[in-house]
Design a protein around this ligand. Structure first.
Ligand code: NAD
Length: 291
């Protein structure tokens, strides 16, 4: 029997837990958890993401502040906004929606965010903390994957995990987390990428596959062994015969799921976990500030 890993239900559970945590923090310590979001430009997808993040904050009783700037805003205005939030004790989490317009140096902006308010976990300080296994902020998508493995009680210790993708926001951090000697870790990790020759040789040996590639249905039934656990991070648009399109993952779900012990669907798998973990990271930041 293939288990379908339900990210939507798990994310809803986490949001309920965060709501309880937010209320507790407010009632016991007088601290109102607060996420500040900065959006630059008019990319429609970014507008939707930021709006959804703000809405998610409302739903768990968290305060959110959204500042929007036109695409031609100067880098200094952006940096000054981040610095103002760094200095503002009522702000616990800062998120700068990426991508930024070309004339703004993304790395400089991310470096300016106080690492202790960096709830996206993209600051090099948090990347370093993750690398050495110290407390910090774990990027939301890898954190969501670890949470799914935990809540579905999927053993990782001693297993062979094959991660496909080496991005700084998914592939690299999830590889590090799975390799660490900790719960939902202690796995032997292989990281595959565009330089990998014969991807299937690696994926066929995997007990756990994490696909974070961005290529629709790259992973087919031939890529996997019986009993594999598949976590599909991909969010791709597939064009159907009638010209419409639909969301699909990096894994051919229909072909792979009969061979899998457990698998995440797209949509409804990893996707909903990302915002839930952003809320969780912000609550964590607010709790740390209260201590
Ligand atoms: P990215 O483009 O930064 O990285 C893709 C990686 O895949 C690269 O490291 C590349 O080396 C590797 N790759 C590409 N083609 C390959 C191939 N044929 N064989 C092996 N490796 C290959 O992407 P990303 O930001 O990590 O995102 C990956 C996917 O996950 C995208 O579809 C993205 O939309 C999705 N995503 C989803 C969430 C979510 O919340 N569910 C969050 C982030 C990213």
């Amino acid at each position: 029997m293939t288990r379908i890993i339900d990210g939507k239900a798990t994310a809803a559970e986490i949001r309920r837990e965060v709501a309880t945590g937010v209320a507790e923090l407010r009632d016991r310590h007088g601290v109102q958890a607060h996420l500040a979001l900065l959006l630059v430009g008019d990319d429609p997808a970014s507008h939707v993401y930021v709006r959804n993040k703000g809405k998610a904050c409302d739903e768990v009783g968290m305060r959110s502040t959204i500042v929007r700037h036109a695409a031609d805003v100067s880098a200094n205005v952006v940096l000054d906004q981040v610095r103002a939030w760094n200095a503002d004790p009522s702000v616990h989490g800062i998120l700068v929606q990426l991508p930024l317009p070309r004339h703004i140096d993304e790395e400089q902006v991310l470096l300016t965010i106080d690492p202790d308010k960096d709830v996206d976990g993209f600051h090099p300080m948090n990347a370093g903390r993750l690398m050495i296994g110290a407390d910090g902020f774990v990027p939301c998508t890898p954190a969501g994957i670890i949470e799914l493995l935990k809540r579905y009680e999927i053993p990782t210790s001693g297993k062979h995990a094959v991660v496909i993708g080496r991005s700084n926001i998914v592939g690299k951090p999830i590889s590090m987390l799975l390799a660490q000697k900790r719960p939902q870790g202690n796995a032997t990790v292989t990281m595959c990428h565009t330089g990998t020759t014969d991807l299937a040789t690696h994926t066929r040996q995997a007990d756990i596959i994490i696909a974070a590639v961005g290529v629709a249905k790259l992973i087919t039934a031939d890529h996997v062994k019986e009993g594999v656990v598949v976590i599909d991070v991909g969010m791709n648009r597939e064009t159907l015969e009638d010209g419409t399109s639909k969301l699909c993952g990096d894994v051919d779900f229909a072909a792979v799921s009969p061979k899998a012990a457990a698998i995440t669907p797209v949509p409804g798998g990893v996707g909903p976990m990302t915002i839930a973990m952003l809320l969780n990271n912000t609550l964590l930041a607010a709790r740390r500030s209260a201590q």
